[in-house]
Design a protein around this ligand. Structure first.
Ligand SMILES: [Zn+2]
Length: 282
């Protein structure tokens, strides 16, 4: 398997109740960072998994009803956390990003898509179709965490369905996850459907430069410590899941893996503990 350099970037954060991420948590507001993965592939170059927040988020939520989103989930994006600033520290310009893998279409994952004019996009077809069905339905989109204003105008011409990539078996030790999509055709980046949170959430399985297997799980869980203890998100938080029963099944699959396979890095998009552990081990 081709190994890939994986860098974890914090691109803004929102404030929300800690107890939303896991039952039994405290009723106090904490930061939920938006984390994205910057991946270097030896042939395909630089790839992003999600973008976190961006200034586009603030313009897209200026008016009502979209303003409801940032009122409910206040966002902070310090200048030093802006994705383009962080990419520049790697010597990268926006044009260097040729592929953005979209885990799902909630605003905290796609706010920077407009910044990458040369990028193609990959997402699961069902999620793209669902998002497309919300265009022009501003209230329904906003209540579902979707902000169509974040998409580049030519987005639908540039996005490819992960489902059309060749199917690939996952290693047996990842059971009950069994199959994914070979996004680049060389087995280095396997898109793994993690159903339930959205209409088609795409996780990512890879082996990093240190030879460590990692799964970027987006919002299939919000807290790695809670996942290890099998504590689901709070009930109100579950209501933003597109399909609650399937969300629970996905969560339990990942909890199984977390308990059994200490060597794999499970990386939720909003869990600072998971990403810090990963950085410390790298
Ligand atoms: Zn999220």
């Amino acid at each position: 398997m081709t190994t890939l350099a994986l860098h974890v970037l914090r691109v803004g954060a929102c404030r929300h109740l800690e107890c939303m991420a896991a039952r039994g948590g405290r009723w106090r507001r904490v930061d939920f960072p938006a984390l994205c993965g910057l991946i270097r592939h030896p042939q395909h170059g630089w790839i992003l998994y999600d973008t976190g927040y961006a200034d586009h988020f603030f313009s897209a939520t200026e008016k009502w009803p979209e303003r409801l989103y940032r009122t409910a989930l206040p966002v902070d994006l310090p200048a030093n956390e802006a994705l383009l600033t962080q990419l520049a520290s790697f010597g990268l310009t926006p044009a260097d990003i040729r592929l953005v893998i979209v885990s799902h279409y909630h605003g905290d994952h796609i706010a920077g898509l407009r910044d990458f004019p040369n990028a193609r996009f990959i997402a699961l077809a069902a999620d793209t179709e669902h998002f497309g069905s919300r265009l022009g339905k501003r209230w329904r989109a906003t209540l579902g965490g979707h902000l169509p204003g974040l998409l580049p105008p030519d987005y639908f011409a540039r996005v490819r369905a992960a489902d059309n990539c060749p199917k690939r078996d996952l290693p047996r030790w990842l059971a009950p996850l069994t199959q994914g999509f070979d996004l680049l055709g060389d087995g280095s980046l396997i898109g793994v459907p993690l159903v339930g949170h959205s209409h088609g959430q795409l996780g990512l399985f890879l082996e990093d430069a240190g030879g460590r297997p990692a799964i970027l799980v987006a919002d299939a869980c919000w807290s790695l410590p809670a996942l290890r203890e099998g504590r689901l998100p709070a009930i109100p938080a579950m209501f933003i899941s597109a399909e609650r029963r399937r969300y629970v099944a996905t969560f339990e699959s990942l909890a199984d893996i977390a308990r059994r396979e200490q060597a794999v890095a499970l990386l939720p998009s909003h869990c600072p503990v998971a990403w810090q552990e990963y950085r410390d081990a790298s």
